[in-house]
Ligand binder design. Structure first.
Ligand SMILES: C[S@@+](CC[C@H](N)C(=O)[O-])C[C@H]1O[C@@H](n2cnc3c(N)ncnc32)[C@H](O)[C@@H]1O
Length: 410
């Protein structure tokens, strides 16, 4: 039997009797997939691990608290033999053979009539890896192949475009703060599957260089906009490419809906009848402080954090931010797009009650190789930004949380 390769097949076990002999670690590992497959599971075992016991308590399996008895496999479609008693395993195996029940044996793969592959899942696909014959069995190797394939599919390094189910449209992907490892798994896969990527300056630009050659990458800042506003030109480009039946990824820095104008793009696409899916991203407002050693909340220090845009000064009539109210809060203020206006912002906060000694940290190009943190106080921040030549993009954190971590490296 061992000279022939195993014949791979997917068993559809919903509602069908599966008998598991032995309630130890093997059963504990295998049962969740059998439960997920909807099998009608009978566990025969005098004892079980706490996890297996919990499955029985939850009604996910039926547990007969005894040893194996001849006849247990009579109604089974499939069996897993994994007791610690070799003699019972052999008897059960013989019964499985008599009843023509496919049977996995944890103690003797050579005598088993079925093998469990190393399995993993990614976006509606099950990857199952089997060794060709029993003598060559190397479970760590098959698991490593499974991991490589599943990881590759998830992060887009293994490109397997959908053909039948592929639909044109736009995926609005939050790319995270800049480190290419901080995009979501889904975002990375969609990038690799795209026909066209329209990308902002912020976000994981390093990833763009790694995309397969068929992916057309467009720099959003370079789209000629003529008589349109820049944002309208981007919306039009999205509509145009998706309208040609292409899969378009709109790659944005951080999260698309945090000062990202993401909803404007969703609205324009919806109006044009183009399907659009939003893939959230890690916002710089939390991740950049975190990468610089600053928690936006900390027990006993800050019970709230507020994320504000500082792109217009507090006294600008276009500002929608109630700075006097923010000055009265005791928690953390996270200011995005605020480098140019930080002097006015600090002045306003102090004028409305925040202590001039309140610590401030500015983190420039967070999570990238060029990350830099500069510390100041509300009283000194305007001057510090000038002398230290702090440049956008930077996240500014105002509040006592700036001081709770270890001393920042000089
Ligand atoms: C137009 S907003 C977009 C924010 C983005 N949607 C997000 O969720 O992070 C741009 C601002 O985000 C902040 N920012 C984004 N990425 C950053 C990074 N890697 N380092 C520092 N600041 C960053 C800066 O304040 C920058 O001016």
């Amino acid at each position: 039997m061992a000279e022939h390769p195993a014949y791979p097949v997917g068993l559809r076990l919903a509602g069908r009797r599966v008998v598991v002999l032995g309630g130890g670690q093997v059963a504990q590992r295998r049962l969740p997939a059998l439960i997920a497959a909807g099998a009608d599971i009978l566990l025969v075992s005098p004892g079980a691990t706490p996890s297996v016991e919990a499955m029985a308590d939850a009604g996910e399996i039926t547990w007969a608290r005894r040893g194996y008895e001849d006849g247990d496999l009579a109604d089974a479609w499939y069996a897993l033999i994994a007791t610690s008693d070799p003699e019972a395993n052999t008897r059960a195996s013989a019964e499985a053979e008599r009843h023509r029940v496919w049977c996995v044996r944890s103690d003797d793969a050579d005598r088993a009539t079925a093998w469990t592959p190393a399995t993993g899942h990614s976006e509606g696909v099950t990857v199952a890896v089997l060794t060709t014959d029993a003598r060559g069995r190397d479970p760590r190797h098959t698991a490593a192949i499974r991991d490589a394939v599943v990881e590759g599919l998830r992060d887009g390094t293994l490109v397997a475009p959908h053909h039948r189910t592929r639909t044109p449209g736009v995926w609005l992907v939050g790319g995270g703060p800049g480190d290419p490892d901080l995009i979501t798994v889904r975002g990375r896969r969609l990038l690799a599957e795209a026909d066209v990527v329209i990308a902002d300056r912020l976000g994981p630009r390093d990833l763009l260089a790694e995309l397969p050659p068929h992916v057309e990458v467009i720099d959003a800042a370079k789209i000629p906009y003529g008589r349109y506003m820049a944002q309208e030109a981007i919306n039009n480009a999205l509509i145009e490419h998706a309208g040609q039946g292409k899969a378009v990824v709109r790659l944005k820095g951080g999260d698309p809906f945090v000062f990202g104008r993401g909803m404007e793009e969703v609205q324009a696409l919806t109006e044009a009848g183009i399907p659009c899916t939003v893939v959230p991203g890690i916002s710089s407002s939390i991740s950049v402080p975190g990468a610089a050693g600053i928690p936006v909340t900390h027990r006993g220090v800050a019970h709230e954090f507020t994320v504000v845009s500082g792109h217009v000064a507090p006294d600008d009539e276009r500002s929608l931010v109630d700075w006097p109210a923010l000055a009265k809060l005791t928690g953390t203020l996270v200011v995005l797009m605020g480098v140019d206006k930080i002097g006015k912002i600090a002045e306003t906060l102090v004028a409305h009650g925040r202590s001039p000694d309140t610590p401030v940290a500015l983190i420039q190009e967070g999570t990238t190789a060029a990350q830099r943190r500069v510390d100041a106080t509300l009283a000194t921040v305007a001057e510090t930004v000038r002398t230290e030549d702090v440049k956008p993009p930077a996240v500014i954190v105002i509040g006592e949380v700036v001081r709770v971590g270890p001393e920042p490296a000089a």
